[in-house]
Each structure stands twice: as structure tokens, then as C-alpha cells.
Design a protein around this ligand. Structure first.
Ligand code: NAP
Length: 480
């Protein structure tokens, strides 16, 4: 069976523990590979390698670092087919989606930050006739990057690329559920000639490897994406060493559909924003609010389209919804459906495990599920499910839409559908969400600030925000 390796100091090595964890293909329910069950000693070695590589890497010009990143971007593109299959085998997502989204966006992250670092200028403040201040932004040193399983290579590279571009050296940990593409990235970095120790990848369990990275006194900052409960632990641990953290956490995102919207587009997009990647995207809308005049019409068309989504083998090009990432997660999602019924919800479609005959009969599939008639305050509407489950409610007027949307401890992304631009601005400004999409969903521009309010996180990623996070500002004041 294939055994993945850690990538430390430029070499592929087993964990010092020599132990391995099982890695499942969630579409078949079978263990198909093993990943190192790494421990604190492995993190120590990775941090030492990163520390050793820092002076030379940070001393390169931005243009030279940029060249390495662009080379890695090209290699990711050349390995697209292998990486996409690996991503699908680890996550259960449709192969066409890995090909269309995950891997191209991972390459784009390296290319984007490779270019961005050459354009990253610092500020200067002139007090006429008195003094000149200028800000110098230097890398922090060794930084940690910890990422989740839902968009494995895409989110891993979203952190690693700006950290490296800014001149830091990195110790990174992918999710233990999805180690495959990070492992292939190690091989890509070796082939691309990335100097040893610049990027180190340690596989294993979050409680051991992740925790050791966050605790380490030599790690100057941690960029973390994952659940809100884990993010809280990371923040508490990081506080002990006054570590800088960027926390991209959970969400419970509203999709708000006004009567004057482009109806067909809104329905089609609501299906996509609810069920893309099995609903396992932090930006998926999971609470749909529809203005009362079109509520019944929307329900009819929405449920018809959701019912038509093909669930099944991720290698089948017609499949729209693949397997959930693990049996544990499948159980969690189904428990939420049971809870919704207890809370008085009516299941309009789905609501059960999906049995897929053939190769995937033991896979972790859940039917796309639509639930109506729940109060906004119930647990189903307040807690993150992170699967193919959405609720639908009606509203009367913009004020009620805003108040229903904001009634959440989360504040990651909101989605509005209307042809009234003035109202779109007004509603967007009153919604407490870090990202608002109007008449579109998941349209990304890597230059924009990305992140959540409230329990959805702390800080922003993207463009110069990422580069600012991964650098330390020093002001120099010269008397004129
Ligand atoms: P998670 O359980 O919080 O894990 C995230 C990462 O943290 C994994 O690599 C995990 O390792 C590691 N980890 C676990 N315990 C840790 C600890 N004590 N210290 C340091 N690291 C630790 O999240 P997940 O289940 O992988 O991902 C789903 C969550 O991520 C959802 O809540 C989703 O909304 C959120 N998410 C947010 C964004 C965003 O941009 N805001 C994007 C994507 C996903 P293991 O895998 O070994 O547990």
C-alpha cells in the first residue's frame, strides 16, 4: 500500500515514530494509503530545517523568490491530472470538480503570489520639512500553515504561497483526512529545486502535529483554516507565545433571494451554492431566505432541480454530488437531518444516506436535502452542518431579510439576488459578513480581502492582506 512521507529539509522521510495512520477513499470506504502519524519530534526537525533555511531564503530578492513560485505553479499545472485524481480519491468530490476548481486554483495561488510579491510596496509618510517615515516590511521567520480537508491543495497553497513569497520559511500541516495532494506537492517542490528547508510538510493528527506547530516558540505566526472550535484552541495556544494568528473558520451563510431577482439564475445558482462540493465549502449557502411573493414558485423549481442532481461515483462525469469526506462526517450530517425533523422541519427532498451500487456501495454518500418550516433560531439553522443540507424560509421585505441573515454567531459570506442595485448596496452594508456576493456566487478575485466576522474568524487573507500578515512592519523615522 502507498505510504506518504513527510517533507523535511528537502527530503521525503517517515515519521520518527515510524507509525502510520490509515487514509480512506470516502467514495469506496476503503483504506487506500497510509500517512505518517507524526509527533512533536518531527515538528522539531521541521522547525529546525526551516530556521536553517531562513537566512538564505529571506535574503533572496522578491524576483528570485517569485521565480521559484512560478516554477511550482507551472509544475502543478503539468501534474493536473495526477493531482486531480489524488484530490478526488482523498475527498470523494467529483473528479471534474477537482479538475475545474481545486487544482487550477492551487496553481493560481502560486502564480498570483509569485507576481504579487514583486508589486508589494511599503508606505512612506512625509511630515513636510520635519521628518520622513518609511515602513519596512520584512519576513517573520518560521511560520506555520494549517489547513482543512474540504479544499485540500487549494487552501494549503493559499497559505503556503504568500508565506514563501514574503520570505518566510514554512512548516505546514494538511488535514490528516486528505494528505495526498500535499504529498505530491512535496515531490513537485523537490523537482522544482526549492531549497531544502524552505517548505516543510508534516503529516498527522491535528492534536499532535498541529498543536506542536502552534505551541512552538520558534514559529512566529500561524495561518489556520478549519472549524471554529479548533480555531479557538489555536488562538488560546498561540496567545501563550504572543504568536500572530490568521483564523479562517466556520460559516452558516445566508442566501437572500428578492422577488425582483432574475428568477432562473437565482434558482440555478442557489442549487450550485448549496451543493457544490457536497456542501463542504465554507462559502456554501446553507440558509436560503426567499421573499414571500416568489416563495412557493421558488420551492417548486428549487426542489425539482435538487432532486435531479446525480449523486454517485466521483469518477463519473455526470455526477454532481460525490461522497462526504468520512464516515464520521456522514453520520454528523445525518444526525443534523434527524435533529431538523425533531425541531419540526419538513424534508422536501433527500434526507437520507444515498446507496450507490457497484464500486462505491460502501461509500459515504448523503442525498442533497432541502428542509422547510424551521424557526430561524433552531439548532439546524444556527449550527454549521457542512454537508448537502439546506433550509428554506420566506421573508417579507429587506429589513426582515437582514435581521434573519444576521441572526447567527457566524459571519463569513452572504449571497443576495436582486435587480435593485440600490437595495443590494443597502442590504450588503447591513449584513455582518466578511464577503457579500450580489447576483453571483464564488466569484473570486485573489486581490480582495477574504475572511469572516464574528465566529467565522479573525484577520483577512488574499492579495496584500496575506503579504501584510506574513511580514513585520518596522517604521523608520528620519529627521529632515
Ligand atoms: P478542523 O477539524 O478544525 O481541522 C483543521 C485543521 O486543523 C486540520 O489540519 C486539523 O488536523 C488541524 N487541527 C486539529 N486540531 C488541532 C489543534 N489542536 N491544533 C492545531 N491544528 C489542529 O476543520 P476541518 O474539519 O478539517 O474543516 C472543516 C471546517 O473548516 C469547517 O468548519 C469549515 O467551515 C472550515 N473552513 C473554513 C474556511 C474559511 O476560509 N473560513 C475554509 C474552509 C473550511 P486533523 O485533520 O488531523 O484533525
Amino acid at each position: 500500500m502507498k505510504k506518504f512521507a513527510n517533507y523535511i529539509d528537502g527530503k521525503l522521510v517517515p515519521s520518527t515514530s515510524k507509525d502510520y495512520l490509515d487514509n480512506y477513499n470516502p467514495a469506496t470506504g476503503e483504506v487506500y494509503s497510509l500517512l505518517p502519524d507524526s509527533c512533536q519530534e518531527d515538528v522539531e526537525e521541521a522547525v529546525a530545517a526551516a530556521k536553517g533555511a531562513f537566512p538564505k531564503w529571506s535574503g533572496l530578492s522578491p524576483e528570485d523568490r517569485s521565480q521559484y513560485l512560478i516554477k511550482i505553479a507551472e509544475a502543478v499545472e503539468q501534474s493536473q491530472a495526477e493531482l486531480a485524481l489524488a484530490e478526488t480519491t482523498d475527498t470523494g468530490k467529483p473528479l471534474w470538480l477537482s479538475n475545474a476548481m481545486d487544482i487550477p486554483r492551487a496553481a493560481a495561488n502560486f502564480r498570483f503570489f509569485g507576481h504579487a510579491i514583486t508589486q508589494f510596496a511599503s508606505e512612506s509618510h512625509l511630515v513636510d520639512g520635519v521628518a520622513l517615515n518609511y515602513t519596512r516590511r520584512g519576513p517573520l521567520g518560521v511560520v506555520g500553515c494549517i489547513s482543512p480537508w474540504n479544499l485540500p491543495l487549494y487552501l494549503f497553497t493559499w497559505k503556503v504561497a504568500p508565506a514563501l513569497a514574503a520570505g518566510n520559511t514554512v512548516v505546514a500541516k494538511p488535514s490528516e483526512l486528505t494528505p495526498h495532494t500535499a504529498s505530491l506537492l512535496s515531490e513537485i517542490c523537490i523537482k522544482a529545486g526549492l531549497p531544502p528547508g524552505v517548505l516543510n510538510i508534516v503529516h498527522g493528527a491535528g492534536g499532535k502535529v498541529g498543536q506542536s506547530i502552534v505551541q512552538h516558540h520558534e514559529v512566529k505566526a500561524v495561518s489556520f483554516t478549519g472549524g471554529t472550535a479548533t480555531g479557538r484552541k489555536v488562538a488560546l495556544t498561540a496567545a501563550e507565545t504572543f504568536k500572530r494568528t490568521s483564523l479562517e473558520l466556520g460559516g452558516k451563510n445566508p442566501t437572500i433571494i428578492f422577488e425582483d431577482c432574475d428568477f432562473d439564475l437565482a434558482v440555478e445558482s442557489a442549487v450550485r451554492s448549496s451543493f457544490t462540493n457536497q456542501g463542504e465549502i465554507c462559502l456554501c449557502g446553507s440558509r436560503i431566505y426567499v421573499e414571500e411573493g416568489i416563495y412557493e414558485k421558488f420551492l417548486g423549481e428549487f426542489v425539482k432541480q435538487v432532486d435531479a442532481l446525480k449523486v454517485g461515483d466521483p469518477l463519473d462525469g455526470d455526477v454532481k454530488v460525490g461522497a462526504l469526506v468520512s464516515q464520521h462526517h456522514q453520520q454528523k450530517v445525518l444526525q443534523y437531518v434527524a435533529l431538523a425533523k425533531q425541531e419540526g422541519g419538513h424534508i422536501l427532498c433527500g434526507g437520507d444516506r444515498q446507496v450507490v451500487v457497484g464500486r462505491c456501495e460502501r461509500g459515504y454518500f448523503v442525498q442533497p436535502t432541502v428542509i422547510a418550516d424551521l424557526p430561524n433560531s433552531c439548532r439546524t439553522n444556527q449550527e454549521e452542518i457542512f454537508g448537502p443540507v439546506v433550509t428554506v424560509q420566506s421573508f417579507k421585505g429587506a429589513d426582515q431579510a437582514i435581521s434573519l441573515g444576521n441572526e447567527s454567531s457566524y459571519g463569513l459570506a452572504a449571497n443576495i439576488w436582486t435587480s435593485d442595485l440600490k437595495m443590494a448596496h443597502n442590504v450588503s452594508h447591513k449584513l455582518h459578513f466578511g464577503i457579500v456576493w450580489v447576483n453571483t456566487w464564488l466569484l473570486r478575485d485573489l486581490r480582495t480581502p477574504f475572511g469572516g466576522m464574528k465566529n467565522s474568524g479573525l484577520g483577512r487573507e488574499g492579495g496584500f492582506e496575506s503579504l501584510r500578515f506574513f511580514t513585520e512592519a518596522q517604521n523608520i523615522c528620519i529627521k529632515l
